[in-house]
Design a protein around this ligand. Sequence first.
Ligand code: CA
Length: 190
Amino acid sequence: MRKSICIIIISTMFYSCTNVAGGFSKPKEQAFILQDFNADEYKGGAWEAVSDDKQVSFKAELQDRIRIGEEGQAIALDYDFRSGADLVGGLWLDVSEHDFSGYDLLGFWIKGESTLGFSKIVGITIEDKFGNRVTKMSSQISGEWGKVEMSLNSLKDKKFSNIVEINIFIDKRYTSIEAGRCYIDDFYLK
Ligand SMILES: [Ca+2]
């Protein structure tokens, strides 16, 4: 898949999980925050299936209005299937610098923008450097912050240290809302 935006370099940091996120207390167990989007750059961006059709169907913008935590930023992911050829697209992250070994779960926080509408179904795919992929769909997206988690154990035949990319995607076939926005923040490992 081709990536329409590529912004380089990152900061990631260890957090103790005492933050309150949108009224949800984070789990007591310590999680490793893979990406909190609080730096002005990150390694990833928006992608869409047909990037040369002169129609931008997906945008991923750092913004600080709606986020997890009292400060920092989150991604606003806009999509629009009303024109253009794209059936699928989303947000991708380069996580090749991270070793997922020793963790069981990958998660992130997501919230739909009620005033614009949003897909209630999103998918998450992790991909290793050999192109092997595991995908999970979630139909739990709402207008409030909620978590999507996927087990890493389905990758058990592969080495977690080889995971290089995460994709969050919205598929036109799975949503009746043709255009909308969701916010994404705090990718974590547990
Ligand atoms: Ca953030």
